[in-house]
Design a protein around this ligand. Sequence first.
Ligand code: TRP
Length: 372
Amino acid sequence: MSNIILTGDRPTGRLHIGHYVGSLRRRVELQNSGEYDKIYIMIADAQALTDNIENPEKVRQNVIEVALDYLSAGLDPEKSTLFIQSQISELTELTFYYMDLVTVSRLQRNPTVKSEIQLRNFEASIPVGFFTYPISQAADITFCKANVVPVGEDQLPMIEQTKEIVHKFNAVYAPESPVLVEPKALVPEAEACKRLPGTDGKAKMSKSLGNCIYLADSADEVRTKIMSMYTDPLHLQVSDPGHLEGNTVFTYLDAFACDEHFERYCPDYANLDEMKAHYTKGGLGDVKVKKFLNNIMQEELEPIRNRRAAFEKDIPEIYNILKKGSEAAREVAAQTLAEVKHAMRIDYFEDMELIRAQSERYKELFRNNASI
Ligand code: TRP
């Protein structure tokens, strides 16, 4: 069986370091591992429209931002197919057929959909398109027969839903030789990477809260954001014992620091455990820890920032990459859709046997009638 990756993001803003540690960094590693036959990275503009109905321009403007973030993070169009969801009309067709395999109550139980409905105050007026986006996400994942989907933890219910659709589809329509492939989610192992908090210590990085560090931020912006980060409100004097729980700076260190960073920037400690021990004992100031984090973040973000500056010089080429990627994705989707329609018995004009058999049946009827 081939090893195929699909994943993507909604283009509603620039990507931040939460996206980076949650999935993007891993994608680049997987891409460069050489272990995958195909890698599809999708800009989910159609999904973004399901909860930005009044704001199509926002989605349109952010497609290029997300594409630039992808390329600058190290996704390479020679190795990964970057494409735009709405350009693959086969995806909507697959979604329509998969709708037959999912119940309303099953969608209502999806925890991610539930919390998004609350977040958006949709409650009684949930748009059908939004409500059913887990089904369209199953189309995204299955069109290329992806078996691996690197995502953040919040996407697990979507992968679960996709598995159920695949299972049901194969059981109902293709029991002898399965058409669709059940995917596996790949989520970050480190707790800190699963859900990186905002710089203010709030549970989630979000544009509206103004607590994100973006991949495209300048060195100065990153430094300012780190130096004003939320730490431990009880740690007033350097000599006071500090707390690690809910301490954003240490959560970020969990996500980004490795032993070599200590060698380079903070040789007083061999590793993060030693630094944490000193902090909790008392005697280590927040500013020193923040400066260390800043060094690490600058090292990680600088190459990304430099690559972005280079890509920004030729915007038409970025659209060209997306166009080519979309054409390639579309060919694959058309093939899968043909297999799906065949399995569902709706491939009338492809099926010579159907036409022959119906024609025989009518000839037979005609002969019987004639002989009466
Ligand atoms: N739901 C994902 C997000 O909000 C985006 C997405 C759409 C996606 N289709 C996908 C992710 C398929 C993985 C696989 O970020």
